[in-house]
Design a protein around this ligand. Structure first.
Ligand code: AMP
Ligand code: GLY
Length: 421
C-alpha cells in the first residue's frame, strides 16, 4: 500500500522507519519530512495544515493510508476532511482532539466519567483567579487553556510565581490559547506516559515510557519538548497499568463515544503516580516526541498493522507482540535550545554509525545543504537504541551520541537516571 505520514520531527522519522519494516508498505511519502526520512522515503514539502494540499497529494499518489504525527493538523480537523473524502487515516477528528487542545474540555470529561485527576478551576478574569489562590496557596499549577506548544504550563512553587503566570497568560502572552486559564492542584509523584490505541470502541495499550522534559542534567533548567526517553517505564507496573486503563482510559473513551465524538487514534495519557495510584496530568492525541522513537524501536513493523487495525475499527482482533526488551533515545539539540539557537551548523560522523534493529539515529530538525547535513531546528537528532536491559540500551545510545561530530550540539548525560539508580 501507499502510505503518507504527516510531520517532520524525530517522531515521524521513527514512524517512517517502523512502517518501512512492514512488507505491506510499497511506497512511503513523508510530508514535510527531514534529512533522515529522505534517506528511507520520499519527502513532500506541502503545508500539513492545509487540507486542500493534503487531499491533492493523496489523490495524485493513490495514498491508501495516512498517519498524522503532530497535534496541530489534528486540532485543525485534517482527519475529518480526509475521512469525508474517503481516505483511511490514523488520528482523532477535531472534536476528539480537544482532549489535547483544550485543558477545560479534558477536565470536564474527567469529571463526567470519574477519572482521577488534579482538582481544578477555570478563570477568564485575573482578579478572580488571584482571589482563588487565597484558598489554595502554593505550590499550584497554572495552565493556558489552549495549545501553547508545551509552554503554557507553569508549576508555581510560590504564590508570586502563580500570580505572575496568571497575569502573563490572561494578559495575552499566549494569544487565544490563553483567553482562559485552568488552575490546578499540584500533584506529587512520579510521571509516566501510557500509549493506548483506540478505535472508537476498543482499546489496546501499546507501551509505556518516561520522558525528560528539562533541558539540563538532574532535571534542571527550562522545560523542553523532551530531551530523551525510555520504554518501558518501570513505575508502570501491571497493577498501575490496570488501574490507569480501568479508571482513566476506558472511562474517557466511553464518555467520548457517549457524546457522539468517539476517540480514534493513539491516546497518550500523561500520568502522575503516587503510592501505586495513577492520576491524569494531561492527554495528548498523538504519539509523544521523543517517546515515539523508543516505542517504534520496540514495536518495529507491527506498528503499521496496529495503526491500520485502529483506523479500520479492528482493534479487538489485535494484540501486541512484545519482545522482553528496553529502548532509550537521547536527544541532541542545538546549543541554546529551548531558547534561541542557530541553524545551519554542520553535523558529521553519522555515516559511520550502525543502523540495525538495535541502533537507529532518528533525525528531527535536520536538512541537507550543498551536500552537507546541517542542523535545521532545536531538537536535531535522536540516538535511539534497544537492548536486553535498559543499561545495555543506554550504553548503546550514548556510544552513538559520542560518535556524532557536531560541536554545536548539546545533550543530557543522565537519560534514564530514575530507572537506573
Ligand atoms: P502538561 O503540558 O499538562 O503535561 O504539563 C507539563 C508538565 O507540568 C507535566 O509534565 C508535569 O510535569 C507538570 N504538571 C502539569 N500539571 C501538573 C499538576 N497538576 N501537578 C504537578 N505537576 C504538573
Ligand atoms: N515529549 C512530550 C510530548 O510529546 O508531548
Amino acid at each position: 500500500m501507499n502510505i503518507l505520514i504527516l510531520g517532520g520531527g524525530g517522531r515521524e522519522h521513527a514512524l517512517a522507519w517502523a512502517v518501512m519494516q512492514n512488507p505491506k508498505c510499497d511506497r512511503l511519502i513523508v510530508a514535510p519530512g527531514n534529512a533522515g526520512t529522505a534517506q528511507i522515503a520520499e519527502c513532500s514539502d506541502i503545508d500539513i495544515l492545509n487540507p486542500v494540499e493534503i487531499l491533492g497529494i493523496c489523490e495524485e499518489n493513490s495514498i491508501d493510508f495516512i498517519i498524522v504525527g503532530p497535534e496541530a493538523p489534528l486540532a485543525a480537523g485534517v482527519v475529518d476532511i480526509l475521512k469525508d473524502a474517503g481516505f483511511l487515516i490514523f488520528g482523532p477528528g477535531s472534536q476528539a482532539a480537544k482532549l489535547e487542545s483544550s485543558k477545560t474540555f479534558t477536565k470536564e470529561i474527567c469529571d463526567a466519567c470519574g477519572a482521577p485527576t488534579a482538582g481544578w478551576a477555570r478563570f477568564e478574569d485575573a482578579a478572580e483567579a488571584r482571589a482563588y489562590l487565597d484558598r489554595t496557596g502554593a505550590p499550584i499549577v497554572v495552565k493556558a487553556d489552549g495549545l501553547a506548544a508545551g509552554k503554557g504550563v507553569v508549576v508555581a512553587m510560590t504564590r508570586a510565581e502563580a500570580e505572575a503566570a496568571i497575569d502573563d497568560m490572561l494578559g495575552g502572552a499566549f494569544g487565544a490559547a490563553g483567553a482562559s486559564v485552568v488552575i490546578e492542584e499540584f500533584m506529587e509523584g512520579e510521571e509516566a506516559s501510557l500509549f493506548v490505541l483506540c478505535d472508537g470502541t476498543d482499546v489496546l495499550p501499546i507501551g509505556t515510557a518516561q520522558d525528560h522534559k528539562r533541558v539540563g542534567d538532574g532535571d534542571t533548567g527550562p522545560n523542553t519538548g523532551g530531551m530523551g526517553a525510555y520504554s518501558p517505564a518501570p513505575v508502570m507496573t501491571d497493577a498501575v497499568l490496570e488501574a490507569a486503563m480501568e479508571r482513566i482510559v476506558k472511562p474517557t473513551v466511553a464518555e467520548m463515544a457517549r457524546r457522539g465524538t468517539p476517540y480514534t487514534g493513539v491516546l497518550y495519557a500523561g500520568l502522575m503516580i503516587a503510592d501505586g495510584e495513577p492520576r491524569l496530568v494531561e492527554y495528548n492525541v498523538r504519539f509523544g516526541d521523543p517517546e515515539a522513537q523508543v516505542l517504534m524501536m520496540r514495536l518495529g513493523g507491527q506498528a503499521l498493522d496496529l495503526m491500520l487495525a485502529c483506523a479500520e475499527g479492528r482493534l479487538a482482533e489485535m494484540s501486541v507482540n512484545w519482545a522482553d526488551d528496553h529502548a532509550m533515545t537521547v536527544v541532541l539539540a542545538a546549543e541554546g535550545y529551548p531558547g534561541s539557537y542557530v541553524k545551519g551548523t554542520e553535523i558529521r560522523g553519522l555515516d559511520a554509525l550502525p543502523e540495525d534493529a538495535f541502533h537507529m539515529m532518528f533525525h528531527a530538525g535536520t536538512a541537507m545543504s550543498d551536500g552537507r547535513l546541517v542542523a535545521n531546528g532545536g531538537r536535531v537528532l535522536n540516538a535511539t537504541a534497544r537492548g536486553a536491559t535498559l543499561r545495555e540500551a543506554r550504553d548503546r545510545a550514548y556510544e552513538m551520541v559520542k560518535a556524532v561530530d557536531w560541536p554545536d550540539g548539546i545533550y543530557r548525560s543522565d537519560i534514564g537516571w530514575r530507572a537506573l539508580d
